[in-house]
Design a protein around this ligand. Structure first.
Ligand SMILES: Nc1ncnc2c1ncn2[C@@H]1O[C@H](COP(=O)(O)OP(=O)(O)OP(=O)(O)O)[C@@H](O)[C@H]1O
Ligand SMILES: [Mg+2]
Length: 199
């Protein structure tokens, strides 16, 4: 969507850089992708808490939460999933302008959708974190009980069961949650973020 050519952007007096300097860190989007139950939300929220306690501006965009509001009208069909990612990317881009470290925790199973997110947000501000865990382990965890329902055919288009998951080809960070403890994963992700947002 290209937007209306007759609408010009108003340039405010406060730049992104001004805001980042006040807060003492850069802003960027850290995009967590992985199967349901791989650990995206658990890690993102734990990292958010630690960075917040260090007085950083940080916010988690979580799949489950945005689908209650911003994307409440969207299904899990492929075109709706793409629109879901597009809207989140546009909002995260605004948060980056507002100097916020954005942790986006979405299954986002398609390479093309994540590429779109990268293009909307901008290559310099986008880092992909692959939260990986074998399907069998995610299914065993079955945090929400949805894998069971998907196996029974009660949920359609379920990633890993009846819809594809395309693993990142060149992620910026890989977190293997079947091999690491939660604390190890959180520390690794936090350190990665701190290194990328330091001024
Ligand atoms: N190293 C780890 N990192 C993260 N989670 C872990 C780890 N080890 C075990 N777990 C457990 O795995 C589960 C991950 O569930 P979580 O809701 O975070 O997944 P999700 O990727 O956000 O799934 P969904 O896409 O459905 O929202 C939790 O029960 C968590 O305690
Ligand atoms: Mg989640």
């Amino acid at each position: 969507m290209s937007g209306n050519k007759n609408i010009q952007k108003f340039r405010g007096e406060v730049s992104r850089e001004d805001r980042e300097n006040i807060h003492g860190h850069r802003a960027a989007v850290f995009w967590f992708t992985g199967l349901s139950g791989s650990g995206k939300s658990t890690i993102a929220h734990a990292v958010e808490k630690e960075l917040f306690d260090d007085l950083m501006r940080v916010y988690v965009f979580d799949g489950d939460n945005v689908r209650h509001g911003l994307c409440a009208d969207l299904s899990f069909a492929p075109t709706a999933r793409t629109e879901n990612i597009r809207r989140i990317s546009e909002v995260a881009k605004l948060f980056v302008e507002n100097s916020t470290v954005c942790l986006c925790a979405f299954i986002s199973p398609l390479l093309s959708d994540r590429q779109m997110a990268r293009e909307i947000i901008g290559d310099n501000d986008f880092y992909e974190i692959f939260v990986t865990c074998p399907l069998e382990v995610c299914e065993e965890r079955d945090v929400k009980g949805f894998y069971k329902m998907a196996r029974e055919g009660k949920i359609k288009n379920y990633t890993g069961i009846s819809a594809p998951y395309e693993a990142p080809e060149n992620p910026d960070l890989i977190v293997e949650t079947d091999k690491e403890t939660l604390e190890e994963s959180v520390t690794r992700v936090k350190e990665f973020i701190l290194q990328k947002v330091k001024i």
